[in-house]
Design a protein around this ligand. Sequence first.
Ligand code: BG6
Length: 506
Amino acid sequence: MKKPENQIIVIFGGKGDLAMRKIVPALYSLFVQDLLPAKYAVVATGRNEITDDAYQSEVRVAVNSFSAEKDKTRVNEFTETFRYVDVDPSIAETFTRLSSALTKVRSALDIASNTLFYFSVPPELYTAISDHLALAGLNAESDGWKRIIIEKPYGHDYESATALNVKLLENWKENQIYRIDHYLGKETVQNILVMRFSNGIFEPLWNRNYVHHVEITSSESLGVERRGAYYEGAGALRDMVQNHLLNLAGFVAMEPPSAMDSTSIRNEIVKVFQSLRPIRPEDVPRVAIRGQYTGAHVKGESIKGYREEEHVDPSSITETFAALKFYIDNWRWGGVPFYIRTGKRLPTRVTEAVVHFKETPHALFSQNGDCEGCNQLIIRIQPDEGVLLKFGMKIPGAGFNVRNVNMDFHYADFASERIPEAYERLLYDCMNGDMTLYTRSDAVLAAWRFLDPVIKTWDNNHDIPVYGYPAGTWGPDKADELIEEPELTWRYPCKNLADDGVYCEL
Ligand code: BG6
């Protein structure tokens, strides 16, 4: 793996949760693998006035608490490269401090002005930071590249995402804007491309002729924790579906790219999003179900309902569960339903995509066995990362009795390989100028355009129910009605990829 060019990494929101829990540990992992540039510095910014030393000790604590690396012996060496500058994103003048700090660090290191600016701040600060960087001339590429990483949420609907795009494009070119979706940094999501396009056996079946439906589940057992204020304005659809889960659907549904490069791959994702059949407002109650968790006793513990959470309106109608049925109108997927569901306070934390293949045209053995759950390919994104194929086999003995069996691969079987954290991969890519796993503006906008009718209908029609579901259950029963065929249900996954039958963690 090549080392990125010499550069400076600037983190806005350097003292925030995301910086400490994800960005700093990801940098440390790159550091111990010798994947950071030969010469670099990390300049963190924040509103508080603190010294470099004080910031470096916070970084040490962050690495020791949140890094998955076993080897923590190099933490002191790692933190030496960190500087801290107090910058108020909303005050243009404070950016001159950043500018002079960068000049100083660059001349000390004797490097060109390649700089990556990570916007690890609330979204309302994105345009101020962008404008103030430009005002200070820090977006100029005359003597080195400049890149910005923007976190989600990228807008809160189609209109605001378009406006944000226009605003950012005043100061940056599209190839300088890295819109991060940490799901694309997950090894198992990238593996969908390898599984599909490096094997001859799946692709011939991967279409409307053989696939009955596709199901994507991302369930979390935690509630909104301390993020009530953010979540109130977001909800499950904006928080998970618009970005992570539609991107996941994009990887499952895309055509083979003409080459494994950023433009070709991102072109294919956009084509999928552009083929999403628009949802008519009058169809929203039928194809989109929203829910909200209510208080319950889970495994002997009393769990609060969403409305009792900190910073949440006691009469809130924000959804903590969303389920959606949709179609991709193209030659490969015409008529194949896609189902997505996600929720907080469900029984377990699991994300998976399931391709349900069609049954045989004639049920030869139907009298002699039960093959419920056969013909499924399960791509497990997390945890117990892996792939599982479920199919029917003869039960030994007289007759032709059939039962479903599993053929499974677990990432843990790659014993020597550590699965890199999503942020580690994404930061490394951005440092190298590889945009493949970052979302292009046309894809972000197409995803918002698709979901806008659901968002607007939900926001404006309070008579569309927000179905309650007790914490620790699989969401509202109403979500089952999305799958219109009576003999089909959602798959109820366990934490362990290959466990079947009765729900296994209870
Ligand atoms: C974030 C959402 O983007 O993704 C969170 O804002 C969610 O609400 C998280 O919990 C899930 O990520 P992961 O990697 O734990 O599946």
